[in-house]
Design a protein around this ligand. Sequence first.
Ligand code: ACO
Length: 703
Amino acid sequence: MDKNVLDKMLRPKTVAVVGASATPGKIGYTVINNLIKGGYTGKIYPINPTCTEILGLKCYPSISEVPGEVDSAIITIPAKAMAEVTEACGKKGVKGLIVITSGFSESGRKDLEDEMLEIAAKYKMRILGPNIVGSLSNSDKFNGSFAPGLPLPGKASLVTQSGALLIAIDMATYTRKIGFDKLISIGNMADVDFADLIEWFDEDDNTTCVSLYIEGMKNGRKFIDAARKSSKPIVALKSGVSAHGSAAAASHTGSLAGAAKIYNSAFKQAGVIQAQDLNDLFNRTLTLSQQPPMKGENLLILTNGGGVGVLATDAAEKYGIPLHFAPADVQTELKKHMPEFGSAKNPVDMTGMAGNDWYYQTTKFSYAHDWTDGLVVLYCETAMTNPFEIAKSIKQAVDDSGVTGKPITVSFVGGEKSDQAMGWLVENGIPAFGGPDIAVNAMAALREYARLQENKSDGAYNCDESAKKTALAIFAQARAEKRDSLTEIEAKEVFKAYGMPVTKIALAKSEDEAVALGNKIGFPLVLKIVSPDILHKSDAGGVKVNIKDDAGIREAYQTILKNAKAYKADANIHGIAIQEMAPWGTEVILGSVNDAAFGPTVMFGLGGIFVEVLKDVTFRVTPFTKSEAAEMIGEIKGAAILAGARGEKPKDRAMLAETIYNYSCMIHDLDDEIKESDANPVLVYEDGQGLKVADARIILKAK
Ligand code: ACO
């Protein structure tokens, strides 16, 4: 990201509108009108070969005829003329193009998009869009868009892949009283992407929180890197998580919307806070733009109504910040500001008798007390109180507490007066919401942000170089034999090289050799066919288990060969694998996917029906650390089984974390080679007893 170039594009001192029009109702007219109406103080150059003046501004027939420099050009001409205009802008020395025009990759004309990018690259010009509404910046009074007007000023900035959503949010900022400094429509993301803007916002003094509406992305790793480095909270709403929704998003933006679970993991790895829906995006963005993170677990709730207190208590548990009773000294002090029948535990119920002074005293004391890490103040509108006075008391109490760096959120439940009072609170930097659960959810976002910051990984990993050499030699041998799937023996050699405990296995090419190898490995044994032409070994009758002696080996050897030939007469049979039959343990599965957005990604879950029916799996984009591998174990619903549910001993989770990590090294190191792989089942034993990869599979990428 070149900060200066993006500054010139998005906060220009001089802007041209190529395709400016004198006809009201056209986008080229609206953009000029918006720039003027918004109060933009830079120079505006309308470009149109058939006009001399638009809205009182001198019009130029082409950008080359503009006197002086042009920082940014907003493009509102049809897509077919884009190449010519891009070339002219490049020659003029324009730094960035805000391409409103549609009709590129989103509608099957990727060729036009590529042509534009190629020309822009020649001149080191950056492109925002195409297929966008434009870009708006309150602090620059720059409305370079056809959205209705600049949003309500605020400290958050939004980047959206959907232009329509920008328009919808723009005016809602006034009714919802949620301010933004910048609204940027990013459309097809042909060039400038989320990562570029996250980096750019990190250096923008007018932005304290970055809000993202994401449909899909092409370079997920760049996104993770940028988000990890960001010093500002990032909230993301990812759409297209349902199967149907994901298809809709893909056709809408021309990019691939990845699997929801992979996005969830990537957001966590990147320290990005998620929003569940549009309202949640608004609420969490507002809160994170106004309040500091909640640095500990102690949430205190003040209320004048028992019902809203209970709702808030439920929400606190639901959103991961369950309430604890306040310590005795806190309770004693709070008791002074409520009737005998109030409760100073937590939630602190001052009862319906609470007026301005009680709100002031309890807020000031609770907010300042060391025990409190976050404060939620609830109020139900009563006939004896004035919501605005209560709001002022709360704000005054916070100011008078002498404390900073601690979060507070508020909920007023009532009518118009309550709404107005909440609007005033928001204007004065205290997020306020119509529902107690929403105020708690907002606080949970601040807690989530603190936790994500504490656990944010640098993604550093340290894998064994020699393992890669072993793997590449095995792959080269398979490729020389024109195979893209490794035999189980080969796959296990690769797994073993990466430090994963695999069951002992050897290839026998004759019955006698099978007996000799079997005795070396030790009984009981499993015998399996090894043939690149028979992938589903069990279906072909190619597996015999629990073989206990020499006679058993000979019988199994003959039966497997007979079955394999019956299954596929011309199968290329390498021999029969003689394998240690590992004692049964808790079955888990490790797998890898090459995600379109995020690249090599590891999947982990409980095996058997848990993975097939319940899909109880979790993901991590590689590379990741050992502690992130350990986190994965705790994330699945079946975590309790590994922790030792129902009187069973805990399983060897330390070894499992090590194995997940080693597997991630293998997937990451060999990204160019491995198309897909899995270890299924991995048998996990009791604590200290380790685990065994009982079956392993690697399919190579075609080369
Ligand atoms: N240089 C300068 N001006 C030019 C050039 C040129 N090379 N070529 C044409 N023009 C002028 C035209 O003469 C016209 O001016 P006029 O009104 O004086 O005649 C003006 O530029 C616009 O060109 P038109 O051919 O009239 O195109 P129109 O305005 O109908 O459409 C537009 C252009 C808006 C870019 C259209 O092609 C388009 O892409 N529309 C969709 C935009 C959009 O919705 N984007 C956001 C998507 S997100 C969402 O869903 C909300």
